[in-house]
Design a protein around this ligand. Structure first.
Ligand SMILES: *[C@@H]1O[C@H](CO)[C@@H](O)[C@H](O)[C@H]1NC(C)=O
Ligand SMILES: *[C@@H]1O[C@H](CO)[C@@H](O)[C@H](O)[C@H]1NC(C)=O
Ligand SMILES: *[C@@H]1O[C@H](CO)[C@@H](O)[C@H](O)[C@H]1NC(C)=O
Length: 369
């Protein structure tokens, strides 16, 4: 399973993280695998703390044992023992980690951006592509929040400067899993026609949001596809056999295929649009197929949680916590560990077309503008 890892020759070590922190200009030169800013949208696979600011919401992770392996053992709102996949992608792109959550910095954003720093993370755990999915910040509202940031940018930059800055920046979207869970909870045995109809609805809504981002300046899209959610501890724990739930792997697989066509089609009409689709589906299924080859031992039970497979309760302060966290695929009932996210970040940033296509995130970042 060595193919999961990128060819070392095509994967140079990051040479100037400290320089980057001091001044992004050194690192924003085209062609070096870096971008001036990252804007992140999506669900709990990408959230770095926006939901901490939503009163009364339950899709939160800003308490232990979350963050037990984060610097200073700090729970941040990430659904992980340490970093999530967006943090690792951010590091590969020359940043410290994911940009900060929108809601933590709303009033400071325009100053940060005028200084050319970093970007913003708008992702909100529990959200989906469809407005009807979840009760947190919908993708549509995340994009509205981005529009506020953009209009503040133009208070400091000309329209042309803002567009140039945004066209070089990377727009990462990681979503879709919650829409599939929500659909499954209404219809757990869809027939062929129903599946096709649902996937078509999901894709056309995704297309609408991506066009909307393009219309407000996005050009480089990094899409993270939907993992095989039929094999996560939450799903297994609901299956009397303890096995994966097939339809919850089929729907993501169908949706991911639709997303490939969708993104390709969009490039035919949206001038200057570039994209990469990073496959969390492939990363997770490769780990499940041959865990030991990739350094994992446990792919069924979550490290933190309760009940069957630690998949019936979320990772709360009194939940069970495993000790060898680096050997677990799943951190909690739904989300990957720091170790699995690290592997995903590596494969999607610098890996082969199996893991990121038609180009990987490094190549996407290097595309000239
Ligand atoms: C936009 O700028 C206004 C005025 O400077 C500020 O009050 C607001 O918080 C800013 N919003 C964002 C999202 O940056
Ligand atoms: C699928 O299910 C719907 C009702 O839920 C039904 O109307 C339709 O005929 C079914 N299609 C097939 C191909 O079985
Ligand atoms: C954790 O504590 C809550 C009450 O705060 C209780 O309802 C729950 O059963 C406990 N969970 C475990 C795994 O002990």
């Amino acid at each position: 399973m060595a193919s999961l890892l990128p060819n070392p020759a095509s994967f140079p070590t990051l040479i100037c993280p400290f320089l980057c922190a001091a001044t992004f200009l050194f690192c924003a030169v085209a062609g070096d695998g870096r971008v001036p800013a990252i804007y992140v949208f999506g669900d709990s696979t990408a959230d770095v703390g926006n939901n901490n600011f939503l009163p009364g919401n339950t899709a939160k992770a800003n308490f232990p044992h979350n963050g037990v392996d984060f610097p200073a053992k700090r729970p941040t709102g990430r659904f992980s023992n340490g970093y999530n996949g967006i943090d690792f992608l951010g590091m590969h792109l020359g940043f410290r980690r994911s940009p900060p959550p929108f809601l933590s910095i709303a009033s400071k954003i325009h100053r940060r951006i005028a200084r050319g720093i970093g970007g913003v993370n708008f992702a909100s755990g529990g959200s989906g592509i469809l407005d009807s999915t979840g009760s947190t910040i919908s993708l549509a509202n995340q994009i509205r929040n981005f529009e506020t940031v953009r209009s503040n940018m133009t208070a400091h930059l000309s329209e042309t400067q803002a567009n140039q800055f945004l066209s070089k920046s990377l727009f990462i979207i990681s979503t879709g899993g919650n829409d599939i869970f929500a659909y499954f909870s209404r219809n757990n045995a869809p027939n062929v026609t129903e599946k096709e109809q649902f996937i078509a609805t999901l894709s056309s809504n995704y297309q609408y949001h991506i066009k909307k981002l393009y219309n407000v300046g996005a050009r480089k899209f990094g899409i993270i596809d939907v993992p095989p959610i039929g094999c996560c501890p939450f799903t297994r724990s609901s299956n009397p056999t303890g096995g994966c739930v097939d339809v919850l792997n089929e729907l993501p697989s169908q949706f991911n295929r639709a997303a490939m066509f969708l993104m390709h089609d969009l490039t035919l009409t949206l001038k200057g649009m570039k994209y990469s689709i990073g496959s969390s589906y492939k990363v997770v299924s490769n780990i499940i197929r041959d865990p030991s080859a990739l350094g994992f031992k446990e792919t069924k039970t979550a490290c933190c949680g309760g009940g069957k497979f630690n998949g019936q309760f979320s990772c709360v302060p009194n939940a069970t916590l495993c000790s060898d966290r680096n050997h677990y695929l799943f951190w909690d009932l739904l989300h990957p560990t720091h170790a699995a996210s690290k592997l995903a970040g590596l494969a999607i940033y610098g890996g082969s077309t199996q893991f990121a296509s038609p180009i990987n995130f490094k190549q996407l970042a290097e595309e000239e503008y």
